[in-house]
Design a binder for this molecule. Structure first.
Ligand code: ADP
Length: 495
């Protein structure tokens, strides 16, 4: 049989998955394994880096076995991954010197607060890495390992240690230690990469005392990084991108101004801003979307901390619904216009408000408010928060959105998608394949191996359902203005 499959390795925060795609970009199989989360102290989140690789390898073998094919049928491998998570390992033995420190880990937040006091550094970091100083990104995690793991700094200075985000760690293992590289999209999440000069930033490396010898080479997202060798087979690894950027690629947001929104536990919005970085006036991040044959596309990124998580709150906290899906049915029972507003600021509010002291609030309760109103208002809050970010992106980029491409678990909710289209006054397109992240990795890999071109991907994209805006302008304006009022009243609550 001719080789005709692509393996997309999707290494996420809670699980490793391998998705098998055929040469038409269709999903043929998925294998998944959960990975263990380790919480050694309050606010610390770690994973066993060896388990990350082993679980990934296991799912690769499993999906091949279950689909009755062999490695000889695999054309290429693509990787997409949880971003920012940091691994440091011994170059000779391949052993990690410490657990992987996960993006959610906040152990370095005190140090980040110190860094932020330096206004010049703060501006330098925004203008050169596109990011804000935060424990989320890899830079301070690497520094923490060098400062706290016995002998680590000495070894790093003797060029005995390597650093990588999860893509780099998987690639290094898949190639048996032959390749130490990453792609532009992952590099841009480290807070060490200069996204303007397209090089590691020596000023920041000096400031954080991180030896440049630890850092991976940075390549295009469709580069032929190396080969995975198994039995007598050599399978090229030809695609790498961080999860959100891969989803942007999977949604074929190739043109400036195109936005995808992933509705998961949180919402992740990315806008392609073209070949020049746009810096935000609204607290959004500037990041590299991908590099294709050396040509960079940039993106603006914003997230809603609590999105699907608010639906989980309806289910588990308030016990108003048995499962997330039922929220659609109950919301549709309310026939009149929205009068109740839920601001899901359970963990403060991110861009464009950036108020960590905001708290979740409910407004507009009257004697006849019932469970259905609360469910409807909570669903609508996902759409309002997404609109907040989209408006910011439009203002930062000067480009007006023409259609919103959606994926993620909660995009299955038709009520939410229709309301999103209405409140944006823009069509919402739900793709047929909502596994956009894995699809993006497969596409990059397929382009890298010469199977596809960007045009094939555009042709291949199928919309399962399009939601057209139906709300009249005065109503839309009134609803959104009331939302803004609700947000303003939820702010500055916590002392
Ligand atoms: P993640 O990748 O962040 O774990 P998923 O993309 O799997 O998230 O989506 C799961 C989230 O979406 C959950 O928070 C769940 O509450 C929400 N969700 C799933 N289905 C629906 C639905 N039909 N309507 C509303 N929310 C939903």
């Amino acid at each position: 049989m001719a080789k005709k499959y692509i393996l997309a390795l999707d290494q996420g925060t809670t699980s490793s998955r391998t998705v098998l795609f055929d040469d038409k970009g269709k999903i043929c199989g998925i294998a998944q394994r959960e990975t263990e989360q380790i919480y050694p102290e309050h606010g610390w989140v770690e994973q066993n880096a060896v388990e990350i690789y082993q679980s990934q390898l296991e799912t690769m073998h499993k999906v091949i076995r279950e689909n009755d094919i062999g490695f000889e049928d695999i054309l290429s491998i693509g990787i997409t991954n949880q971003r920012e998570t940091t691994v440091v390992w011994n170059k000779k033995t391949g052993e990690p010197v410490y657990n992987a420190i996960v993006w959610q880990d906040v152990r370095t937040s005190k140090y980040c607060k110190e860094l932020k006091k330096d206004a010049t550094l703060k501006t330098y970091i925004q203008e050169n890495t596109g990011l804000v100083i935060d424990s989320y990104f890899s830079a301070t995690k690497v520094k923490w390992i060098l400062d706290n793991v016995p002998k680590a700094r000495k070894m790093a200075e003797k060029n005995e240690l390597l650093f990588g985000t999860v893509d780099t760690w998987l690639l290094w293992n898949l190639t048996k230690g032959n390749v130490h590289a990453t792609d532009y999209s992952n590099a841009s999440r480290t807070m060490l990469y200069n996204i303007v000069k397209l090089d590691w930033d020596q000023h920041l490396l000096n400031k954080l005392e991180i030896p440049a010898s630890m850092l991976p080479q940075v390549k295009s997202s469709n580069f032929h990084y190396g080969n995975f060798e198994f039995d007598n087979y050599k399978i090229p690894v030809t695609g790498i991108a961080g999860d959100q950027q891969a989803a942007l690629f999977g949604q074929a947001c190739f043109e400036k101004g195109e936005i995808k929104n992933t509705y998961g536990t949180g919402c992740f919005l990315l806008m392609n801003t073209g070949s020049k970085p746009k810096f935000s006036e609204h607290g959004l991040l500037t990041t590299i979307a991908w590099g294709l044959d050396g040509k960079i596309d940039y993106a603006l990124e914003g997230s809603v901390f609590i999105a699907g998580a608010a639906i989980q709150w309806l289910r588990d906290g308030l016990q108003l619904i048995d499962n997330a899906k039922d929220s659609e049915y109950f919301a549709k029972q309310v026939k009149e216009d929205s009068s109740v507003y839920v601001v899901p600021a359970f963990a403060g509010l991110g861009a464009p408000y950036w108020d960590m002291d905001a708290r979740g609030s409910i407004f507009g309760l009257t004697r006849d408010t019932g469970k259905n109103h609360l469910i409807k208002a909570t669903l609508e809050s996902l759409a309002y928060r997404s609109k907040d970010l989209i408006v910011s992106m439009e203002e930062d980029s000067g480009v007006r959105l023409t259609a919103l491409k959606v994926d993620g678990g909660a995009c299955a909710n038709n009520y939410l998608m229709q309301f999103q289209a209405d409140i944006l006054d823009t069509p919402v397109e739900r793709a047929e394949i909502i596994e956009s992240t894995a699809l993006g990795a497969a596409y990059l890999s397929g382009i890298g191996v010469g199977l596809w071109k960007k045009e094939d991907i555009l042709k291949n994209r199928k919309i399962e359902k399009e939601f057209q805006p139906k709300m009249d302008e005065s109503k839309r304006k009134k609803l959104y203005a009331t939302w803004k009022k609700a947000v303003s009243r939820s702010m500055d609550w916590e002392d």
